[in-house]
Design a protein around this ligand. Structure first.
Ligand SMILES: *Cc1c(COP(=O)(O)O)cnc(C)c1O
Length: 232
C-alpha cells in the first residue's frame, strides 16, 4: 500500500475509534488534510483517495494550488491572514478558520459585501494563551464576538484553536474543553442560534483527544503527508 494511503487510513481509523469511544458519530468529524509545503502531486494522490478538504496556511501557495487542482476541493484557510491578502482568496476558499481579530473580521466583511458574497468563518481563540500564537483571548473573546456577530457578508460558524506542541496529548485536553465551553456559552447566552457549529481543533499530535472533546474539523498535516521541510 502506498505511503499516503496507509497514513490516511490510519488517521481515519483513529478518528473513528475515538469518536466511537465517546459515542459520537464519526461522520460528524471532517478530516482536513493540511498540505502546506507539500507538492501538488501529493495532494492529487490524497484527492484520488477521496479527500476533498484541504487546509493551507499561506495565501500565495494556496492560490497556486487552487489553480492546479480539481474545483470540487473545499479549501480551508487555516493560517494567519493579512487584511491586504483577503482579496486573493475570499471567493476561492470554503472557509476561513483563522479569523483572529475584529479588524480582520471587519475587513473580510467589507470585501465580502463589495463582492456580494457570504464568507464562512471561524474565530481563532488562543485558549492556551501562548505568546507566539495569534488568536482572540478567552478574556476578550466575548466582546469581540458581539462586535462581529452582526457584520454583513460573514457567517460565523464556530471556533478554532491550535493547542501547544506537546509530548503527551492529554495535556491539551483542557484546551479543547475550553474551546467547546466558549461555544456552549455563546449558545446559552442566546448569541449563537444556528443548529450546528464547527469546532476546528486537533492536529497530528493531539487529534484523538480533540475528537473526544467535540472537534468537528481536525487539521492533520504531518500524520498524512509526513514531516514538513520548510527550506524547499
Ligand atoms: C500546520 C498546521 C496544522 C497541521 O499540523 P500537523 O502537526 O502537521 O498536523 C494544523 N493547523 C494549523 C493551524 C497549522 O498551521
Amino acid at each position: 500500500m502506498s505511503y499516503l494511503k496507509n497514513n490516511l487510513e490510519e488517521v481515519n481509523n483513529i478518528i473513528k475509534e475515538h469518536a466511537v469511544k465517546v459515542s459520537r458519530n464519526p461522520e460528524d468529524i471532517t478530516l482536513v488534510a493540511v498540505s502546506k509545503t507539500k507538492p501538488v502531486e501529493m495532494l492529487k494522490e490524497v484527492y484520488d483517495l477521496g479527500v476533498r478538504d484541504f487546509g493551507e496556511n499561506y495565501v500565495q501557495e494556496l492560490v497556486d494550488k487552487i489553480n492546479q487542482l480539481p474545483s470540487d476541493i473545499r479549501w480551508h484557510m487555516i493560517g494567519h491572514l493579512q487584511t491586504n491578502k483577503i482579496k486573493y482568496i475570499i471567493d476561492k476558499v470554503y472557509m476561513i478558520h483563522s479569523v483572529d481579530t475584529l479588524h480582520l473580521a471587519q475587513a473580510i466583511s467589507k470585501e465580502a459585501v463589495k463582492r456580494n458574497l457570504t464568507v464562512k468563518i471561524l474565530l481563532e481563540v488562543n485558549v492556551a494563551d501562548e505568546e507566539s500564537k495569534f488568536g482572540l483571548t478567552k478574556e476578550n473573546f466575548l466582546e469581540n464576538y458581539k462586535e462581529m456577530m452582526n457584520l454583513p457578508g460573514i457567517d460565523i460558524l464556530g471556533l478554532m484553536t491550535s493547542a501547544p506542541y506537546i509530548e503527551n496529548m492529554e495535556d491539551n485536553r483542557q484546551y479543547f474543553v475550553q474551546l467547546r465551553s466558549l461555544m456552549i456559552d455563546l449558545i446559552d447566552k442566546g448569541l449563537y442560534n444556528k443548529d450546528n457549529y464547527y469546532l476546528s481543533m486537533g492536529m497530528t499530535g493531539d487529534y484523538p483527544v480533540a475528537v473526544e472533546e467535540g472537534a468537528t474539523l481536525v487539521r492533520v498535516g504531518t500524520g498524512i503527508f509526513g514531516a514538513r521541510n520548510y527550506n524547499i
